[in-house]
Design a protein around this ligand. Structure first.
Ligand SMILES: Nc1ncnc2c1ncn2[C@@H]1O[C@H](COP(=O)(O)OP(=O)(O)OP(=O)(O)O)[C@@H](O)[C@H]1O
Ligand SMILES: [Mg+2]
Length: 260
């Protein structure tokens, strides 16, 4: 692997959906790179093409123009080197937690190797006592932890997170952000997080990509040069936040009053 190669390099990407009323250009002229080991956050309003972009990066949608390279190689389809946590829970309700996590493990591994991997992941997300539980017996936050464990099971180099904490209450959400940060620091996995939550994007990301909508374009990339763990109430944090807010809302003299 060439050290200068990026974990992800997106060049001149355009995505158009064909719908009854004609062509619908969702993403336009996207040029973006992600360094190996980076935590990249993406924010943008609903419908601007965030999930579509992640689906293309993970290899689930190959119908676009331009290129997406991973370590210099074109992405041909979904692969074990890229994991994804989807916006909606995709756990199988009829399988236990351990079977859900084990679902995507390489068939080449022995039973004991598979068991060991599942235990490792359960430990990582702090749910080792729930191996035999079914998804219906878990809270929303626990289900998301299982989804994260499942996405990490093959030790992907890249983890894509599509609004993974969107349905959680504020306190659980903050706990989950800390958990994901611990995993990122421990495993050195490159992460791309899509979120509506600007605080979350800044708390976690090395950079925050701001997407505009219709068509989705990169409006701005804001670096977050703050050491971790970050203090959400600090002046520097609030400063970065206002930089991003100003991309979405009209800037007004009074910083406590924004209008769309
Ligand atoms: N298979 C499809 N066919 C046609 N249009 C689609 C398809 N999938 C998505 N779209 C459209 O593309 C646009 C972007 O969708 P996408 O799901 O990527 O948005 P998003 O930014 O993830 O929104 P949200 O924040 O609400 O999840 C939307 O207008 C959506 O209607
Ligand atoms: Mg989405």
């Amino acid at each position: 692997m060439n050290k200068s190669e990026k974990a992800i390099e997106i060049k001149d990407l355009n995505k158009t959906f064909k719908i009854d009323s004609g062509d619908f250009n969702v993403l336009n002229d996207i040029n973006l790179f992600v360094d190996a080991g980076e935590f990249l956050s993406i924010v943008g309003s609903s419908g601007c093409g965030k999930s579509t972009l992640l689906r293309m990066i993970v290899g689930l949608d190959k119908n676009f123009s331009g290129s997406i390279l991973s370590y210099g190689k074109s992405i041909k389809g979904a692969g074990v080197d890229r994991g994804m946590v989807f916006q909606e829970s995709r756990l199988f309700p009829w399988l236990t937690v351990e079977k859900n996590i084990a679902f995507g493990i390489s068939k080449k591994l022995s039973n004991s190797e598979r068991k060991e991997l599942v235990e490792e992941e359960l430990e990582l997300v702090g749910l080792h006592n729930f191996a035999k539980a079914y998804p219906s017996q878990l809270s929303g936050g626990m289900k998301q932890r299982i989804s994260i464990a499942r996405a990490l099971i093959n030790k992907p180099k890249l983890l894509l997170l599509d609004e993974p904490f969107g349905a959680l209450d504020a306190m659980t959400r903050i706990n989950m952000q800390q958990e994901i940060l611990k995993i990122w620091e421990k495993q050195k996995t490159t992460m791309i997080l899509v979120t509506h939550d600007i605080d979350e994007a800044i708390y976690l990301g090395d950079r925050v990509v701001v997407l505009s909508s219709r068509p989705g374009k990169i409006k701005k990339i804001v670096p977050v040069n703050l050491s971790r763990p970050r203090d959400r109430s600090s002046y520097d944090f609030t400063y970065v936040k206002s930089e991003i807010y100003n991309e979405f809302f009209t800037k007004v003299e009074n910083p406590f009053s924004y209008t769309i």
